[in-house]
Write a protein that binds this ligand. Structure first.
Ligand code: NDP
Ligand code: MG
Length: 387
């Protein structure tokens, strides 16, 4: 195992975020050689990380920060890249695996670039698959590139599929923690604050996904993500609220046997599995003690209150550009909520507005996906301005 790990190379897009920092911990522990890192604006942490892991390239998306990054890396051999072009270049660098853990639709183009370069992908950036899943799958199949899920539920499903025939898969049981507002009705959610919405009961994550977890948009995005990763229909996915986040998801086969994957709620397990697949070696997380939990509960989601979830299922059932549209609207709405411009329930209203206003059309090219995303963003920004 040691020799396999030592010879492995990777790139991390979004290295300064919640997933990125944990991935670098795993890489360091197992001696994976990190060739390049990319972040949006946090030059200080990016420079520290690049020096620590001996990266060859550090890429900062914000071009106005490139000079600062160069100063921070003065005296090293680390080359600085920047902007959209720099991000694409970073994605194309030849490695065994490119981890895409940037947040949002901005991850789509680098994912496609990495596929074109023949790099296998460890994918945390779920917005990529939601908006452009067909495109990503088609290109990956053409290039023989593999996509390893990092999202805990999808990693669980992927793990449950090992050693079995996908053709005998009956359905996927996608678990959801329910977020901080599970059990609440709409009248109780009108005035929730950003701070309350950011207070996730089980997981510590970046702000955007934490808000998505509170609205259950995250589960809607994951529903779409699962369809693209595992080739199942909407009818083959059952969402189950499981408050403890111990069962990370399960699959049911034709014989009605259900296989689940369990563990403490810690992203290092799925991150490590995606990076080192198929190896299962020591991981810096606590062992699961089922008796400490005692009781595990399973309930149905409340589709009426959490309307983002319903909107995502409707969008993927309709197909075309609508998944990209609901995703784009949500990205703008979450930003506006975090900035105090709209209220919590407005997020769902704005997502539905995009679903119902934007005319559906085929999603057969990168341009079509990007155009749908742009249209949804403009529509949502306008709706927020006119409030
Ligand atoms: P964070 O907000 O913590 O981190 C986002 C990272 O992306 C940061 O490093 C940020 O840089 C970088 N970034 C943002 N925009 C760009 C850009 N244009 N170019 C380059 N880098 C960019 O997010 P998370 O780590 O929580 O989530 C990342 C992705 O993983 C999301 O898609 C999320 O849905 C998914 N995911 C996350 C989980 C988690 O536990 N956190 C679990 C499952 C999925 P900077 O720091 O400079 O802003
Ligand atoms: Mg998840």
């Amino acid at each position: 195992m040691d020799s396999i790990e030592r010879s492995m190379t990777m790139t991390v897009l979004g290295s300064t975020g919640s997933i990125g920092t944990q991935a670098l911990e795993i890489a360091e522990k197992h001696g994976i050689r990190v060739r390049a890192l990319a972040a949006h604006s946090n030059v200080k942490l990016l420079a520290e990380q690049a020096k620590r892991c001996g990266a060859e390239y550090a890429c900062i998306y914000r071009e106005d920060k490139a000079r600062e990054l160069e100063d921070l890396l003065a005296g090293t051999d680390i080359k600085v890249l920047s902007g959209e072009e720099g991000l694409k270049q970073t994605a194309r660098l030849k490695v065994d695996k490119m981890l895409n853990s940037v947040v949002g639709m901005v991850g789509l183009v680098p994912t496609l670039e990495a596929i074109d370069a023949g790099n296998d992908i460890a994918l945390a950036n779920k917005e990529t698959l939601v908006a452009g899943g067909d495109l990503v799958n088609k290109r990956a199949a053409e290039k023989g590139v593999k996509i390893y899920p990092v999202d805990s539920e999808h990693s669980a499903i992927f793990q449950c599929l090992q050693g079995n025939k996908s053709s005998q898969l009956d359905k996927i049981i996608l678990t959801a923690s329910g977020g901080p507002f599970f059990g609440k009705k709409r009248s109780e959610l009108e005035n929730v604050t950003v701070e309350q919405a950011l207070n996730h009961p089980n997981w510590s994550m970046g702000n955007k996904i934490t808000i998505d977890s509170a609205t259950l948009m995250n589960k809607g995005l994951e529903f779409i993500e699962a369809m693209h990763l595992f080739g199942v229909s909407p009818e083959q996915i059952e969402i189950v609220v499981h408050r403890q986040s111990v069962v990370h998801s399960a699959v049911q086969y034709a014989d009605n046997s259900v296989i689940a994957q369990m563990g403490v709620p810690d992203m290092k397990i799925p991150i490590q599995y995606a990076l080192l697949y198929p190896e299962r070696v020591e991981c810096p997380v606590k062992a699961l003690s089922l008796t400490d939990y005692g009781t595990l509960t399973f309930e149905k989601p409340d589709y009426e209150t959490f309307d983002c979830l319903t909107a995502c299922i409707e969008a993927i059932t309709a197909g075309g550009i609508l998944p990209a549209a609901v995703n784009g609207a949500n990205e703008v709405a979450v930003r506006a909520f975090l900035d105090g411009k709209i209220r919590f329930l407005d997020i769902g209203r704005l997502v539905r507005n995009a679903l119902e206003t934007i005319e559906n059309r085929p999603c057969d090219s990168l341009e079509a996906v990007l155009e749908a995303d742009r249209e949804a963003r403009q529509l949502t920004e306008k709706a927020i301005e006119n409030k």
